[in-house]
Design a protein around this ligand. Structure first.
Ligand code: ZN
Length: 164
């Protein structure tokens, strides 16, 4: 496994629509392992393949109950609403208020290309929405209500929000 470089806002790779995965390959398994390691090292709650420069529909999520590996994920159910601070490993040092569903259910394939279902509330629901949008080239900064803020101004010097 290896830590991969996280692409940052302004990098065109973050604005592209990713391609479906049609078969699992050793190369993609390595990518998934690397994405998990990169997410944990960066202390994020999720990471999408385009954030490490790969335009494939793969995300990893760990909102405290993971890890979850989602290949070709799509959201099939949402309910409720939550409004709170969100961050992104590709937008370092920033946070902003975003409204998301409070409950989300997604269907996907796992790293063995077997059906995988993931449902969650609160941070997990937020992470699912956030990561899946990366696969369509969208960043949370375009959804922020009000201003994008410095993490330091919101949480102080010592604490950081969970970034996705
Ligand atoms: Zn993100």
């Amino acid at each position: 496994m290896a830590i991969r470089t996280i692409r940052e806002i302004g990098d065109p790779v973050l604005t592209k629509v990713c391609k479906e995965v049609t078969e699992m390959t050793p190369r993609l398994r390595t990518l998934i392992d690397d994405m998990l390691e990169t997410m944990y090292e960066a202390e994020g709650a999720g990471l999408a393949a385009p954030q490490v420069g790969i335009l494939k529909r793969i995300v990893v999520i760990d909102a405290g109950d993971g890890p979850h590996v989602l290949v070709n994920p799509r959201i099939v159910e949402t309910s409720g609403e939550q409004t709170g601070n969100e961050g992104c490993l590709s937008v370092p040092g920033k946070t902003g208020v975003v409204t998301r569903p409070d409950y989300v259910k997604a269907v996907a394939l796992n790293e063995d290309m077997q059906p995988y279902e993931l449902e969650g509330t609160q941070l997990l629901a937020r992470a699912i929405c956030h990561e899946l949008e990366h696969l369509d080239g969208k960043l949370y900064v375009d959804r922020v209500e009000g201003k994008l803020m410095d993490v330091r101004d919101v949480y102080g010097d010592d604490e950081e929000d969970e970034d996705e």
